[in-house]
Design a protein around this ligand. Structure first.
Ligand SMILES: NC(=O)c1ccc[n+]([C@@H]2O[C@H](COP(=O)([O-])OP(=O)(O)OC[C@H]3O[C@@H](n4cnc5c(N)ncnc54)[C@H](OP(=O)(O)O)[C@@H]3O)[C@@H](O)[C@H]2O)c1
Length: 249
């Protein structure tokens, strides 16, 4: 299937590794020109443009916004690093604020800067990577669960506002996809419980009907489809890529 992405320009945030990198590579494979942003600025494959961006640094976000005004994009894939693990009880205001300022407000501002160019063309795609924790909060990941809930509310509100302009706004929610981040979280769990890493991973896989972790490519394929011409009537949606892990709708 030709996804109609040849000649489109896509900006992917958090694109040096993991879910962002896989999404960037698949968009590029479909013929999009990809700008891959991350703190390292490393493009995950040849032929992409790497750009330095630290979402938790206001000046760095402002520089990207300035660039977007001069060089509009057709597609924006929002992604960020995950926050520190920890419970809801006893989280400091400073920790909540830092998580919000790394994972929510810069995403809102960068999207705002990308929208005028999309609206002018009457075509655009905004896809935000979230977490299954939006649907079913993940124990000991309170900052992630809380801030991503806010991002979900923002995404849904925005979808309605820009739908008449041919711009779709969706979220893709990873369950457990084998990336550095997941390995780090499994490691934290092993340390906390005193169990071996293998045992933690095996127990985790047992909770997933597909009985395995997903691959970044399986996740990136959904992001890429939502960016396609064919997905033009899909907006305001949150789509889980989780091997059936979340039992609710
Ligand atoms: N993998 C899963 O199963 C899973 C499940 C639920 C939710 N998630 C969430 O989905 C997102 C992506 O997950 P992942 O597994 O791909 O994570 P990952 O392997 O840790 O990759 C995160 C990416 O974001 C970039 N990044 C981190 N902090 C950044 C910052 N301050 N500014 C700009 N870029 C930044 C990293 O590159 P640099 O280090 O070069 O900046 C990297 O490219 C995370 O928010 C994660 O919490 C993942």
């Amino acid at each position: 299937m030709d996804l109609g992405l040849k000649g489109k320009t896509a900006l992917v945030l958090g694109a040096s590794r993991g879910l962002g990198a896989a999404s960037a590579k698949l968009l590029a494979a479909e013929g999009a020109h990809v700008i891959a942003a991350s703190r390292s600025g490393e493009a995950p494959a040849d032929g992409m443009e790497g750009v330095k961006l630290d979402l938790s640094d206001a000046d760095s976000v402002a520089a990207l916004i300035e660039r977007l005004a001069a060089q509009p994009v057709d597609i924006l894939v929002n992604n960020c690093g995950g926050p520190a693990a920890g419970p809801a009880k006893g989280q400091s205001s400073a920790a909540w604020q830092a998580a919000f300022e790394a994972m929510a407000t810069p995403i809102f501002a960068i999207t705002d800067a990308a929208l005028p160019g999309m609206i002018e063309k009457g075509w655009g795609r905004v896809v935000t990577i979230g977490s299954s924790g939006i649907v079913q909060p993940i124990p000991n990941l309170a900052l992630s669960n809380g801030v991503r809930g806010a991002v979900a509310g923002w995404s849904k509100t925005l979808a309605e506002e820009v739908a008449p302009h041919g711009v779709t706004v969706n979220m893709v929610l990873p369950g457990r996809i084998a990336t550095d981040r997941l390995a780090q979280l499994d490691g934290i769990k092993a340390e906390k419980t005193g169990a071996a890493l293998d045992a933690v991973q095996e127990a985790s896989r047992k909770t997933i009907p597909a009985a395995r972790y997903g691959t970044p490519e399986e996740f990136g394929a959904m992001v890429t489809f939502l960016c396609s011409q064919q997905a033009g009537y899909v907006t305001g949606s949150m789509i889980r890529v989780d091997g059936g892990m979340i039992r609710g709708h």
